[in-house]
Design a protein around this ligand. Structure first.
Ligand SMILES: CC(C)(COP(=O)(O)OP(=O)(O)OC[C@H]1O[C@@H](n2cnc3c(N)ncnc32)[C@H](O)[C@@H]1OP(=O)(O)O)[C@@H](O)C(=O)NCCC(=O)NCCS
Length: 201
């Protein structure tokens, strides 16, 4: 695959609606793998993803191979995101109206390593800059111990990829998010750690 064959488009507000089903499909497909191990269902997805449609300033970046959606990346202002993501910022006294939350990036495995993930960051950050009211962009990532039994032998953490995009890990900023893991009967609380980038940098 050449990345030039892939169309990457940035969509905002009402333009997002036609892609919400693709986002749900890809979240369930990709987050089933390590490290997320998310046993997703469409009912939860519909409820979770409604936030993007209700937010005027949310962004969705879509990667298309022809008519087929092969990757999606999203974000929204932190003050419109779920309270669990706001919590560590409020506890530390941040003004959450100045923070933009980069929610997720999901790309099918056979399209990785061609720069699409980099474009997901540049497009979302360009959207954040356009609004001129955000000081920080941030995202959260699930915390897994290096000896987690489900970790594939060839698994490469995304830490270097995120550092190269200018994000810094803040180990003291954590929250918990509850989801049903693959092979589990009940949802469990998973620890999420935050990464931040100042928008002037
Ligand atoms: C996160 C994810 C979207 C990254 O996607 P990706 O397309 O493989 O990432 P890229 O190809 O853009 O970047 C990977 C590396 O290849 C490089 N690269 C390869 N070809 C490139 C090109 N043509 N142009 C620019 N960069 C390129 C990038 O620079 C980057 O290296 P660097 O960090 O040293 O700069 C993908 O790994 C994924 O979906 N993972 C599973 C879900 C997940 O964990 N998501 C994150 C949490 S929500």
């Amino acid at each position: 695959m050449a990345s030039s064959e892939i169309l990457v488009k940035r969509l905002i507000g009402e333009e997002i609606a036609p892609y919400v089903d693709d986002l749900a499909r890809l979240r369930i497909e990709i987050f089933r793998g390590y490290p997320y191990l998310y046993d997703g269902d469409l009912i939860y997805e519909e409820q979770y993803l409604r936030r993007y449609l209700e937010s005027l300033d949310s962004v969705l970046v879509v990667a298309l191979d022809g008519a087929r959606v092969i990757g999606v990346s999203t974000g929204m202002p932190m003050n419109e995101a779920d309270e669990v993501f706001q919590k560590p910022f409020l506890e530390l006294g941040y003004d959450i109206s100045k923070i933009f939350y980069l929610s997720e990036s999901v790309l099918q495995p056979n399209y990785r390593g061609h720069g699409i993930g980099v474009q997901f960051f540049t497009e979302r950050e360009a959207h954040v800059q356009t609004m001129q009211r955000f000081e920080w962009a941030c995202f959260s990532a699930v915390l897994r111990s290096p000896d987690h039994p489900a970790r594939p032998d060839d698994y490469e953490p995304l830490f270097e990829f995120w550092k190269h995009r200018g994000y810094k890990r803040y180990p003291e900023m954590r929250t918990t998010l509850t989801w049903k893991g693959v092979g589990r009967m009940e949802p469990t609380a998973e620890v999420m750690e935050f990464w931040l980038k100042h928008m002037d940098t």
